[in-house]
Design a protein around this ligand. Sequence first.
Ligand SMILES: O=C1C[C@@](O)(C(=O)O)C[C@@H](O)[C@@H]1O
Length: 266
Amino acid sequence: MTEPKLHKQEVSMRKTIKIRNMELGAGRPKVCVPITAIEEEEILREARLAVEAKADLVEWRADFFAEADDMEKTVRLGSRLRDVMGSRPILFTYRTEGSGHSMELEKYIELNQRMADAGDVDLLDIELFMGDEVCQKFCEYAHERNKTVIISNHDFDKTPNDQEIVERMCKMRKLGADVPKVAVMPRNAEDVLTLLSATNQYANAHADGPLITMSMGWLGQLSRISGEIFGSALTFGSTTRTSAPGQLDIADLKYVLDVLHRPENV
Ligand SMILES: O=C1C[C@@](O)(C(=O)O)C[C@@H](O)[C@@H]1O
């Protein structure tokens, strides 16, 4: 009788992405702290907290920044943020989907382009629902500037079926995303399994690089801890405020990941 395989799968055919000192898709899932402060100094303070908490990277949720409309200011703040983060990557996100924040499409595109031009951020998040052409053109624009693009999609009130989730990620990749990201809300435990199963299917049958998924809310916490087993390369953990329901405190998240990765457990 052959022994059951109890250990972590070591070999993956998926490419990894090197961003500054971080290799997305290799080793442990990367822990990203969202920065959701409103004022400049508070944003920088949250970034310092993320560094102290040993985040692998931060996500600047610029939709919370009171002055995001002022592009000059936003670009300048990006540069101050870079000084705080040192060699850790910065993900720039202006979230409209489900965030209560909004920006005209033209401005949304311009803001993201200006941030890509400035060079202080490393990854940019574009929302799938902005349209195929917007996503495709932005990916080309960002790639010319050596930036990594995440195309993301959120369902804040339900979990679509697994086929739909897989199709969305395939579409994101086709539009040029380096990393597809899907976040969904479970209504029951089965929905969490659906998200994990879709992640596993996409990772095994379609993905040629890193992907990110999560199931939100209390039920979805499991996916934020165990997503890597199904193929997700990054998980969000917070220091002060969460940017989505179900996000764990970074210290708790890192503790659980440490337990899963203890040499005797892998
Ligand atoms: O897309 C995501 C994922 C997220 O919604 C989460 O559920 O952790 C948190 C957001 O800040 C980020 O942009």
